[in-house]
Design a binder for this molecule. Structure first.
Ligand code: SF4
Length: 333
């Protein structure tokens, strides 16, 4: 296997809630509560989970867009959380992010080519006199035409704006791209085009992806490995095939059962989870999933399960006390 490019250890992101006339901290939102995982060079690792599970917060904490509470984020031998701002800004060239809403992340007063030129100027990756040509080349690489280079963001469609966002990320020659719900706002047919584009760019530029999405169906084709998060913690990590064929954690099984299938011979029984996702301000004791889990026991309510290896190869991990007792589910790949 290729070497680890990114290693996240026990990352926590707790947001204080201020209250009262003195603005004291009255509570804490434990958005991410001790996640550990790694991403290898050339790999696509996806983080999935319902809204509020902490997946986007994890992406932002890795890049220190929000300052994490604690933990370690190792990138090519450097702990990003130990860097000073100037060092971090230099390092950010290697780690780029694509956002869900490209319209909000693109400056409306800059043309497509200016957006890319600005990114190259900030990171000093291309001499000034070559920037425009390089920017146009990148816009063409992501499927836009040279004659569109001097248009403003509002003159593009949603899919085209996302292509500009991708070109901007590429313009500084990154090694890792974190894609935060990058295709969620797009129509299904455009989603497929952008996913295919990301896949071909990965081969062309030797990129590594951390792909964040609420939709297991979307990450299905692009991922090598998948991380499932629930209420700030990781409940399952596996390669794509293992996860879709033999999901282990009851939460993953429920998520998979919700993906529609077009194959009439593969009718799936939808697992309806009871209740809503509990508040991350006061997460359930023990296993955080116990309030919605059909297999929960009293032991689950008091003891938090650890993420442990659950297969022979040692690559499929799940956090549940009763994996061996609840039997193997057959998934949908
Ligand atoms: Fe369900 Fe208990 Fe497993 Fe948690 S530890 S997923 S509550 S069976």
């Amino acid at each position: 296997m290729s070497k680890e490019l990114l290693t996240v250890r026990n990352l926590k992101q707790h947001f204080p809630i201020k209250g009262g006339i003195f603005g004291r901290t009255v509570n804490v939102v434990k958005a991410v509560d001790g996640v550990s995982f790694s991403v290898h060079e050339g790999e696509t690792v996806s983080i999935v989970g319902e809204s509020g599970c902490g997946k986007s917060t994890t992406g932002r904490a890795i890049l220190r867009l929000d300052e994490p509470t604690s933990g370690e984020v190792w990138f090519e031998g450097t702990d990003l959380l130990s860097l000073r701002r100037t060092e971090l800004n230099r390092k950010r060239k290697d780690l780029q992010m694509i956002f869900q809403d490209p319209y909000a992340s693109l400056n409306p007063r800059k043309t497509a080519v200016q957006v890319l030129e600005e990114a190259m100027e900030i990171q000093r990756v291309v001499p000034a006199q070559q920037r425009r040509a390089k920017a146009i080349e990148l816009l063409e690489t992501v499927g836009l035409a040279a004659h569109q280079a001097d248009r403003y963001p509002h003159e593009f469609s949603g899919g085209q704006r996302q292509r500009i966002g991708i070109a901007r990320a590429l313009s500084v020659n990154p090694k890792l791209i974190i894609s935060d719900e990058a295709v969620s706002a797009l129509d299904v047919s455009i989603q497929a085009q952008v996913l295919n584009l990301l896949k071909s760019l990965q081969a062309q530029f030797k990129l590594t992806y951390l792909f964040i999405s609420h939709d297991l169906g979307v990450v299905r084709h692009i991922s090598d490995r998948i991380i499932v998060m629930y209420l700030g913690t990781i409940v399952e990590i596996a390669d794509k095939h293992s996860l879709f064929r033999q999901p282990q954690h009851p939460y993953t099984r429920a998520l998979l059962s919700a993906i529609p299938t077009l194959d009439p011979d593969r009718k799936k029984e939808r697992i309806i989870l009871k209740g809503d996702v509990p508040s991350p301000i006061d997460p359930p004791t023990g296993c955080r999933f116990h309030t919605r889990c059909m297999y929960a026991t009293d032991f689950c309510k008091s003891e938090a399960p650890i993420l442990r290896v659950v297969d022979q190869r040692g690559s499929h991990l799940a956090a549940c006390h009763y994996i061996e007792d609840i039997g193997v589910a057959t998934g949908s790949l």
